[in-house]
Design a protein around this ligand. Structure first.
Ligand code: PLP
Length: 391
């Protein structure tokens, strides 16, 4: 029997082209040629999840009471552990009953929150370059992204003054991300204060993505948006156990802050998903209660790697700032190249995979993103290869 054409919905058809497809193809071809690839493209910790967390999952998985449907909002004991972690880490008080919501990884909540608050035609303020889930979540709910360019001239921070008044008036949500993917830039408390003022002035809900708050260097801890007075009246903050505890595969995150915003997201979730496996939440409680020594050790490894890669890149003449946090290095491409051609050059001539900056949005043109999710030895090797290759 002949089939009929399977047609996808407009929201899928209008997705931006997958800019990394070309690079994937080149990478596969290089691997097939036997090239020893150094992958500085992945934003996924290569280190294992700390053992006490794994053991906690194992114990909890053996308890049949965890085998049934969890509640969509998460176990109260997990939400209490989140509130306790916030108190310890940021000095912020949260009510675990209605100011904390468990997520199936923060990406799930980041994608779904638009369904709760964005009507067709509503504006969402989105940093660019940035995490693609913000604009895609916006367009899936019929909203329109207004991109806030992150450029060297504005210190890679959204310029709130540059947002046209009429756009700000139509805006429903504003996305912020500090420490930032892909630039690694950190927002100060002063910046967050201005955001709170802006949000009040234009009645915009602030959604702050803090997935990298625990990956920081030189002992300088990034602030939480929730530390700023009035933040809880205007917004929420997304967190994840993925990067902090090397748990990307576990799918466990949370969002905290304004209880009406959380109730809206909770309504969407209660209709679409059935929460996180309770044994994973039990392991999450163990993770959040771990001694700082555990995350200190992880940070020390990233810092060693950063301090191998960044000075090496500077020594070969590349224009790069030393990141204060996150595991990304945002490298300006040399003269005569753009993001795509420099990415291709590094792959074809040095066997190094990087991510073209424009893949995160047009203002990322002129940059490539490298990650330090690879051993110090491989990062040294990458620098040596770049030195030998030149450009
Ligand atoms: C990795 C990442 C996340 C976290 O994703 P999970 O779904 O929690 O694994 C969120 N935001 C940004 C910007 C990220 O890079």
């Amino acid at each position: 029997m002949a089939g009929f054409p399977i047609e996808v919905a407009t929201r899928i058809k209008t997705l931006p082209p997958y800019l990394f497809a070309a690079i994937d193809k080149m990478k596969q071809a290089a691997i097939a040629r036997g090239v020893d690839i150094i992958n500085l493209g992945i934003g996924d910790p290569d280190l294992p999840t700390p053992q006490p967390i794994v053991e906690s999952l194992s114990t909890a998985a053996n308890n049949p009471k965890h085998h049934q449907y969890p509640s969509y909002e998460g176990m109260l004991s997990f939400r209490q552990a989140v509130a306790e972690w916030y108190r310890r880490r940021f000095g912020v008080k949260l009510d675990p009953a209605d100011e904390v919501l468990t997520l199936i990884g923060s990406k799930e909540g980041i994608g779904h929150i638009h369904l709760a608050f964005v009507n067709p035609g509503d504006v969402v303020l989105v940093p660019s370059p940035g995490y693609p889930v913000y604009p895609v979540g916006t367009s899936f709910s019929g909203g329109v992204s207004h991109f806030m360019p992150l450029t060297k001239a504005n210190g890679f921070l959204p310029d709130l003054q540059a947002i046209p008044k009429d756009v700000a008036k139509q805006a429903k949500l504003m996305w912020l991300n500090s420490p930032n993917n892909p630039t690694s830039v950190v927002m100060t408390k002063d910046y967050f204060k201005r955001v709170v003022e802006f949000a009040h002035q234009h009645q915009v809900i602030v959604c702050h993505d803090a997935a990298y708050s625990e990956i920081f260097y030189d002992g300088k801890r990034p602030a939480s948006f929730m530390e700023v007075e009035g933040a809880k009246e205007v917004g929420v903050e997304f967190h994840s156990l993925s990067k902090t505890y090397n748990m990307t595969g576990w799918r466990l995150g949370f969002v905290v802050g304004n209880k009406d915003v959380l109730a809206g997201l909770g309504k969407v979730k209660s209709n679409l998903d059935s929460g996180v496996f309770e044994a994973v939440q039990a392991a999450g409680i163990t993770a959040l209660g771990l001694d700082e020594a555990v995350t200190d050790a992880i940070r020390r490894i990233y810092q060693e790697r950063r301090d191998t890669l960044v000075p090496g890149l500077k020594a070969v003449g590349l224009d790069v700032d030393t990141p204060p946090a996150a595991f990304y290095v945002w490298v300006a491409v040399p003269k005569g190249y753009n993001s795509a051609s420099f990415t291709e050059h590094l792959l074809e001539k040095a066997g190094i995979v990087t991510t073209p900056g424009n893949g995160f949005g047009a203002p990322g043109e002129g940059y490539v993103r490298m990650t330090v999710c690879t051993s110090k030895e491989r990062l040294s090797e990458a620098v040596e290869r770049i030195k030998k290759t030149g450009w």
